[in-house]
Design a protein. Structure first.
Length: 134
């Protein structure tokens, strides 16, 4: 467990460039759980690569056309996880410090709804007959 903090160690770390780099990297590593970091990284790389094809070049900053084409490709490929991929694309845009206007937020929402439309319910495990339990 973490102990109670104090300002003195915080001031000391900020006065030593070597320590600052190390603790900033620790904060960056803490953005994601160790168990999910790899899958999130792969998802981001995959959707940015797809957006690169849609944009026919560097996709960031995103345009409406690149967002629509990327969503269309995910929908055409029947991705049940299209919402996750599009959310990761949005975060890649924001993490690169590009503006995220309301029109873009609305477009992402509409694309996610469209990609999810018609997929039907998620597959379920078959029901277990009660006589098997007794």
């Amino acid at each position: 467990p973490r102990k109670r903090g104090s300002m003195q160690p915080a001031r000391e770390v900020l006065n030593e460039p070597g320590k600052v780099r190390a603790v900033v990297e620790a904060v960056r590593r803490g953005f994601y759980l160790n168990s999910t970091r790899e899958s999130i990284t792969r998802r981001r790389e995959g959707v940015v690569d797809l957006a690169y094809l849609a944009a026919r070049g560097p996709p960031l900053p995103l345009s409406a056309e690149t967002i629509m084409k990327t969503a269309a490709a995910l929908k055409q490929a029947d991705f049940r996880s299209a919402a996750s991929f599009l959310s990761e694309l949005k975060l890649a845009h924001i993490d690169e410090k590009h503006d995220f206007p309301l029109w873009m937020a609305r477009l992402f929402t509409k694309c996610i709804v469209s990609c999810n439309r018609g997929l039907g319910p998620a597959p379920k495990a078959p029901e277990l007959p009660l006589d098997v339990i007794h």
